[in-house]
Ligand binder design. Structure first.
Ligand SMILES: [Zn+2]
Length: 296
């Protein structure tokens, strides 16, 4: 009988100890799924807070080999001493170079594991069907199922597949969702589709990608983290610093670099998919409360 009386006291003590370590009572595990080797910059501040401040783990599954990035590699030519902006040379060297750049950025935000799916980054298209036709989608499916089964993730972050977005981004979300459905419901991560909004602009509007009902988001359920949140001495620092650092690692590239920000409000948005049901809402809300509240 005595042991039974002790139990509540022990639980109380362990809860207090955890509360001192972290704002969450567990270590969140996240799988981030992207198409190109710099897409992860969109998620960078939330990933940083998750790994470095909330004691979580974030793994990255990358769909393409990034070879199509030769288009804007002109300045990268001078960094790597190769004519990377010439298609033939870019397609030969960029898969290796961009993996190195990705991992240098990943080091900053604390990415744990990388899963390279190495599908062709053929050219810009908004056509998801064309992308799925050109990729080895059956192999990607098997590999994604394996990654999800082994990872036991709490959350899966995908790219929001809105209409005027790259077909590779859309296909990465489609294939990740397709793989997730192979898992029993109770073992699935909570799916959130991410994008960015700036300043007072409400950002993109999105309900679902036509023909792909699993991409449908739950009305009004968007979780946000504003990178311009300040901290540090005299509140001079903010989380745009983290995304700028990540973007700066991609020296073979040249257009995302133009999106670097200093003090401007840049908000990472995470849209909650209907496929999660309402059961995951509380866990997702608690996670983003912690992401917003935790500070270095
Ligand atoms: Zn991309």
């Amino acid at each position: 009988m005595k042991k039974l009386f002790l139990l509540p006291i022990l639980i109380l003590i362990s809860t207090l100890t955890l509360a001192q370590d972290s704002l969450l009572s567990y270590q969140p595990k996240v799988l981030l799924v992207t198409a190109h080797p710099d897409d992860d910059a969109l998620f960078s501040a939330t990933v940083f807070k998750t790994t470095k401040l909330l004691n979580g783990k974030v793994d990255l599954a990358l769909m393409t080999n990034g070879e199509g990035g030769y288009t804007y590699s002109t300045l990268g030519n001078y960094i790597y001493n190769k004519e990377l902006d010439k298609e033939e040379i870019g397609r030969q060297y960029l898969p290796g170079i961009r993996k190195q750049e990705l991992m240098a950025g990943g080091e900053i935000v604390g990415i744990r594991n990388y899963f390279f799916l190495d599908q062709p980054d053929f050219y810009y298209t908004e056509d998801v069907e064309e992308t799925l036709d050109k990729w080895n989608k059956d192999w990607v499916h098997e590999r994604m199922v394996q990654i999800l089964e082994e990872g036991n993730y709490d959350f899966m972050f995908l790219m929001l597949p809105f209409e005027n977005f790259h077909g590779h981004h859309k296909a990465s979300a489609v294939l990740a969702l397709r793989a997730m459905k192979e898992l029993p419901k109770e073992e699935r991560p909570i799916v959130l589709q991410g994008f960015i909004r700036r300043g007072d602009d409400p950002g993109v509007s999105f309900t679902e990608m036509e023909g792909y009902p699993d991409t449908k988001v739950m009305k009004g359920e968007i979780f946000e983290f504003d990178r311009s949140q300040t901290f540090g001495a005299n509140d001079r620092l903010n989380y745009n610093i983290i995304s700028n650092w990540v973007i700066a690692e991609h020296k073979s590239q040249g257009t995302m670099q133009l999106l670097m920000q200093t003090g401007e409000k840049v908000v990472e948005q995470y849209w909650y998919n209907e496929i999660n049901g309402t059961n995951g809402l509380e866990k997702a809300a608690e996670f983003f409360e912690a992401v917003n509240a935790v500070q270095p």
